[in-house]
Design a protein around this ligand. Sequence first.
Ligand SMILES: *Cc1c(COP(=O)(O)O)cnc(C)c1O
Length: 495
Amino acid sequence: MNLMYKSTRGSSELITASEAIIKGMAEDGGLYIPVKIPRINTPLHKIMDFSYCKLANYILKEFLTDFSEDEISECIKKAYSNNFNSEEIVEVKKEGDEFFLELYHGPTLAFKDMALSLLPHLLKTALNKHKITKEIVILTATSGDTGKAALEGFKNIDKTKIIVFYPEKGVSEIQKRQMTTQEGNNVYVTSIEGNFDDAQRGVKEIFNDSKYSEFLDKHNYILSSANSINIGRLVPQIVYYFYTYLSLLKKGEIKNNEKINIVVPTGNFGNILAAYYASEMGLPVNKFICASNENNVLSDFIRTGVYDTHRKFMITASPSMDILVSSNLERLNYYLSGRDEEVITKLMKKLSLDGKYEITQGMKNGLKDFHAGFATDKETYESIKEVYNKFNYVIDTHTAVAYSVYKKYKEKSDDNTKTIIVSTASPFKFTRNVCDSISVGTDGFDDFELINELSKHTGLKVPYSIVELKNKEIIYKNVSNKENMKNVINDFLKV
Ligand SMILES: *Cc1c(COP(=O)(O)O)cnc(C)c1O
């Protein structure tokens, strides 16, 4: 029997995993969730020796039940076998008492590669399965890393086209250059005037515009999403939480069934939600620690149960987390509400009308396994410096937010549970802030020259994928108006 998927807002019918991956988002504006989260019943020490890919197969087949095992393993092989800098795919480093889970060894140097290397293959397989001959158009709003990872994942994949919108202000020089130099015969990139929330709102509105979908359908195009609202992004992210746990078990760092803490630098709530799914599947987790930057809407929510977007949007040193409307929180709220679709529909309506909602006391009680905090930019820089001075280990600004929040938690709580700090980006993506934090002189150097400076001073090898960046031709120079996103799409599709 297939595991079916339905909308968090309930009004759509049940569909299979492949259909949910094609659709991206439900017609009622909700997000797809499996009707039941599968459990891993095998004792974890029995799967301790699985390679990353084998474990990925093992977990994905639980969720993607209308894919054959061959289809899944073929997709996984294509995603991970050639594109990653690390044989293990992810690396766990012990520095002091903490474990850093490095998720940035993929082609674009950020954790988005973990899922976006795989999603295009899943989507293509899904299209073939349903004998869909129309082309899929992937619309992506990005705060910096999703865009590049999606472009790399989808470039030159048959029957797909991809359009990325990134905010003109608020991505790093290196993130921007990665996107504007993108190669591929099916890609388009533009910045938009506005911030990430504007981009994400625009994309969501387009998805919910049924007249527009019909119009595109007539021209043989179907819209889909590579943002973390797509269930095909969430599921691959569950794998590395199990993998990390198993690798600690194997090294004797933890005992069978010992609980761990997981600290996640959070923006759209996708990565930490995958940790929550892992725990629902049977991974022993003590606390989920949600780390925000100064856009601390999520950490306030977890502390108070009030989600309030009425605040200034800040551009911070961790731009991939500069978000005030976290899409995936809707999925957590769904579970907190005891899977009550009406409650979710009401909350989300309230959010779009008032920019604010409060959950019930019962739902708040469900947050007891979560801790949340935020770090200012100053604390972020201090954390980079502290980790470098103490351990001779270089972390990026996003990881530093997580580290800072965890340090503050640990001091206050005396919680000595073994802890994984999720490292979401390579320090080479955010060279200026990293160099400034560890006193590598930045005066007179542009962000690209700083790649070499950072390498020279720290002994870190420059990742292959950014060596050539500075000399690559800039292909995409457009700035679009945020009211105008449909025209951008129409022009690209020539409709
Ligand atoms: C996207 C991103 C995040 C936030 O992840 P969410 O799943 O959106 O919470 C954190 N750090 C980096 C480097 C990212 O690219």
